[in-house]
Structures are given as C-alpha cells and as structure tokens.
Design a binder for this molecule. Sequence first.
Ligand code: ADP
Length: 691
Amino acid sequence: MKSATMDSESQNLRQKAEALQKMKPSHADSSLSAIETAKLIHELEVHQIELELQNKELILARSSVQELAERYTELYDLAPSGYFTLSMEGEILNLNLCGAQFLGKERSQLTGSRFDLFISVDTRPIFNLFLDKVFQTKSKETCEVKLISNGDCPTHVLLTGISTENLEQCNVTMVDISERKRAEEAEQESKDFLDKIINSVASPIFVKDVQHRFCLVNDPLCSLLNLPVEKLIGTTGYEYIPEEQMKVFIAKDQEVFITGKENINEEKLTDGTGKIQNIVTQKALYTDPKGNKFLVGVINDITEIRKKEIELITAKEHAEECDRLKSAFLCNMSHEIRTPMNGILGFAELLKEPGLNGEDQQEYIRIIEKSGNRMLNIINDIVDISKIEAGLMNLNVTESNINEQIEYIYTFFKPEVETKGMKLSFRNALPAKEAIIKTDREKLYAILTNLVKNAIKYCKEGAIELGYERKGKDIEFFVKDTGIGIPKERQGAIFERFIQADIVDVQARQGAGLGLAISQSFVEMLGGEIWVESEEGIGSTFYFTLPYNTEPVKETLDQQLATSVKIDNVSKLKILIAEDDDVSEMLIAINIKEFGKEILKARTGVEAVEACRNNPDINLVLMDIRMPEMGGYEATRQIREFDKNVVIIAQTAYGLIGDREKAIEAGCNDYIAKPIGKAELLALIQKYFKK
Ligand code: ADP
C-alpha cells in the first residue's frame, strides 16, 4: 500500500517537470538560455521531489516508531517480570502490569507510592542499601528481598536496578524467585536435618572424593582431629598428620576406590595438637546416581580402650608380680622365722641337758641370743614396711648431730665386726659444730644401721668403712665394704621390696629382703637419693644423700642433760628400773649390773615418780612404757615437773618408728627397743654419761 502511494506521487512530479520544460523564455535578450532555465527548473524539481520523499520517509518512520512503542508497551505489560521506574526517594514513577501484580495492587494505585513499603521489614535495609548503590554507582546492582505477604504474590523477589542517564531515576526489574527460594530452603532444611543426624552420631564420620578430599565431616570428626570444619572441607587434611600415617590412609582409601570393597583398619592418628590416638576406621565405597565415587568412613576412637587395656595388662602383670613376690616373700619369711625359732627352741631344749659343760652352755646361749635378734630384726622390718605401704610413716625432723650418729653406730657395731675378724672405721668430714643438720634422726639411724648390717652380712673379710662428705647442698653418706659385691644386673632390683625372696641364693644369706626398700623409702622421705656402686668379688659402696639443712644450734634438753651429768665412771650410776615384767626387769638388772652403783626398782608409773621424788640423786631411769596404774610417758611427764636433769630412757616393746618421738615428747632423753641388748644399752649410757 505504501509503494502504491509512492508511485502515484512520482508520476505527479514527472508530469509537473514536463509542463515546465514546454514553457518558452519571455524575453529573447534574457541572459539565461533556455537550457539553463530548464536545468534550473529540473534541479528545483528534483530538490522538491527529494524533499517530498524525505517527508514521506519521515511519516513512515514516525508510524513505525509509533508501532514499535505500541509493541513495546504491549511487551512491557505482558512481560513476566515487574518493571519499575523509581525516583531517588524510592517513589514509583512508572511500572508495568506485572510489577503491579507482584505488588498485589492496580497500577493506577501504585504510581506515586513508596516502593519500600511493599518490602518486608527484615529485608528493607537490604533494599535501602541496594537503592543507594544504584544511584551512586551507575552500574547494575542486584539484591534479593522478601515482599510483604499478600495472597498469591511472590514471597521472594530478585531486584536488578540501574540508574538512568540523568541519575534522577532508576529502572528496577523484579523477578519472582519464590520457587527457587522455597527449593533452596527445602534443600537447606534437608541438609540441616542430615547435618543434625550425622553430628548426633557419636562416631566420627567423613566422606571423601576420589582425590581424597573431605566433602563431608561431622562434629565428632573435627573434635577427633582437633581441627575446625573449614580447615577440612575441600582438603585432604594430610598436611596435619605425619607422613607415615598419611601413606597408610592413602593406601587404604585407594584399596576401597579400586576394589569397591569395604575395609576395617586399626590405625594411629595424630590430631591437630600432636596427640596420638588409636582409631578403628571402617571405609566403604558410595557411587552417586551420576557415577561419582565417594569414600564413606566411620571412625571408632579406641584410644581410651587401648589405654585401659594397657593399664589392665600392666595392673595384671603387676598383680601377678606382687603375687609371685608375696608368695616368695611368705615362703622366705616362713623360713626366716622358723630358722631362728628352731635355734631358740632347739638350743633352749639342749640347755636343759644335765651335765652340760660351761663352754657348750655359753655356745647354746649365744645361738639363742643370735636367733632372737634375727627374729626381732624381721619383725621390725615387717612393721616398718607395712607402715610405709599404708602411708603411716611420719617424719620427725629435729636437729641431729651426724658426727655423733656415725660414732654411735661405729661403737655399736665395732665388737661384731671385730669378732668376724674385720676392721670397722668411720670418717666424719665436718667439725662438730657444722655437723648438726635438720633431719629425722631415727630414720637416718635406721638407714645407716641397715647398710652397716648388710655390709657385715655380705662381707667375710676385709674392712667396712662408714662416713659422709659434704657435697654442695647435700651430705653424701657412704657405707663401704670389701664383701661379695652385687652383680650389675641386680643392682637396681635390690632396692625393691621382698627382692631377696626372689634370688636363688636365698638360703645362703639371712634377711627378708626389706632392709634396702625401707632405707630407700626413708631416704626419699628425707629428700635424698640412694644408690650403690658395686663389683662382684670386690665389694660394694652404698651411697645416700640428705639435704644439708643447718639451723643455728640451740642447746637441746639432751645436750643440757648430757653436759650436766658429770661422773667419773659409768659404774657409779644410780639407776631406777621402772618395769612391771619380772623377766624384763631381770634382764635389765643383769645388763646394767657392771655400771650400776645402786639399782632401784619400781613396778608402776606411780612408784617410779615416787622413787624419783625420794631420790633426787638418781642418774638414770629406764622407764617401761606399759605399766599398771600409770604408763611410762605419764610418769616421765610428772618426773619432769620436779627433776629436769635425770636421764630417762624409755623402753618399748614394739620397736616402732615413732616411739622415739613420743618418748621425747613426754620428756624422755632417748628410747631403747626391747629386748634390750647389752651393747645398745652400753652405747646409750656412754652417750649420756661419758666423762
Ligand atoms: P636383706 O634382708 O636380704 O639383706 P636388703 O633389702 O637389705 O635385704 O638387701 C637386698 C639384697 O641386696 C640382699 O639380699 C643382697 O642380695 C643385696 N645386698 C645388700 N647389701 C649388700 C652388700 N653390702 N653386699 C652385697 N649384697 C648386698
């Protein structure tokens, strides 16, 4: 239709040009020739034609623009997305039909409204930020917001905005993403549900891809590895474990990927802090619907179980060892007690024989005495070790003159050593004033006694030396012998309880095997160490240290008394024996006969107090602890009220560590354990009544 119009118009123009050509010039002298006129006319005509053509095209263009605009508006309204033109203040200037539908109102009602009022309050800040950015950046911005719920309107929309050229308006498209959001939420819900389930499983769980990277881990796995989930997902986690463990894991994972067969392995795993754990891992293959392969692992942490197992095995071994040692100990103990018992009973029987000569009689008595001592030692050791084991052994730290103690032990054991044809000597390294340390005197005495007794026991000839040296902050005591020595491999074991019971030559030596164990406990209680240096056939030296604790020397009651009693000769002592048992009293009386000037006797504590009150010249009281009416400790307390000088030595039947402390506390100067040996009593009398 358009081209038909054009044809008729052109025809029109042609006709006009022909008419012009037929026209003659009006004046013959005209300067323009007819050709030139014709040419001009022609040009005019062409120009006109062109103008008309252009006009025509303009009209045509206008109509097509109109057509396009109509089509655009049609499309604009029919589009499934909302289109909005917003002012800088967020006012809706224009919108399409879909936009109005999304907001749930008529288009006419919406123009001029504030856009943000249709956005849910919780996502409104997101929208405000978005709008600011759209106007500030000129670039395309997006955001996801929720619309205020309104019937069938979308709940979630995606906004894309860009400002117009003059920056005073912006165009915003709105796409309904409710469906996608719902799907995402549903997916998230099922993921959360799955997460909750795998996290509520107590065992660590993981899923790895074929590159051995973690795709999924649960909380217990993170705890086991001591690593946060972010450090694991997407990585192999191998950088956190030692290479040898990594190789094992890779090999086992590969096995599952290649064979498709499940495997269960006990492995060691070092966690993020370097702690080694024992685990059992069950690994299986999972192939997803797309054919991707994954390794699913479940771990059981058996560290505690293994630890408990080891503890149980150790405890069982220990119990068996204890059982074995205790049986051996009982066996040995039975032997140790029976042997002296046989000696005592057998030789006591023999003593009854009529016509026994004096020499035999003495020999039998000597054997009875030796056997009795041996039994007493065993009983003392058993009591001590029981107290140590029960944790009842207490310390009584006082000032002790170590020179005096060494000298005392020397005096006490000298006769016995010399009887064996050996030499006993001592070496005190410090002058008397510096030889006073703070320690438990009784325990030090017990340790030295044990070591010297052993030296005598395990030495047939040669010499025994005891003494000490100052070594920095310690005093190092030693007891050296030239005896049988101890094989290297047994040198550690000899300090263990009952250990003698465990050795083959048990018959050869006497002893319950407790002495060194007791000594070691005492040394450790006193803050020192004990050890032995020994060579078989050459001899042994036992060393132990005690802290060199010195304090300003205060004169003790012992010292006051020791210096106050000055007698020329021990045989001049006036002695009170406080003892209710006839046999014991007789024994003491015989033992002290040679250095007693006058011997008084009391059978109760009350009598002892009375005797002291009536005889202020008594030098020594041998006070039994258990007496009728009044015990020895109470009697001592009462005597001390009126006589501070008399030397009171408590005699107890138990021989327990701690007796000395109790006696001193009551006011006694010392204590002696029953049965009272002559040598021990003599050593004590010499200690207190030396000229
Ligand atoms: P026992 O009562 O058997 O002497 P100990 O605990 O005192 O118990 O000693 C344990 C073991 O150590 C002894 O049985 C002996 O084998 C060894 N022993 C201790 N002292 C010496 C020593 N001076 N010389 C050689 N062996 C010794």
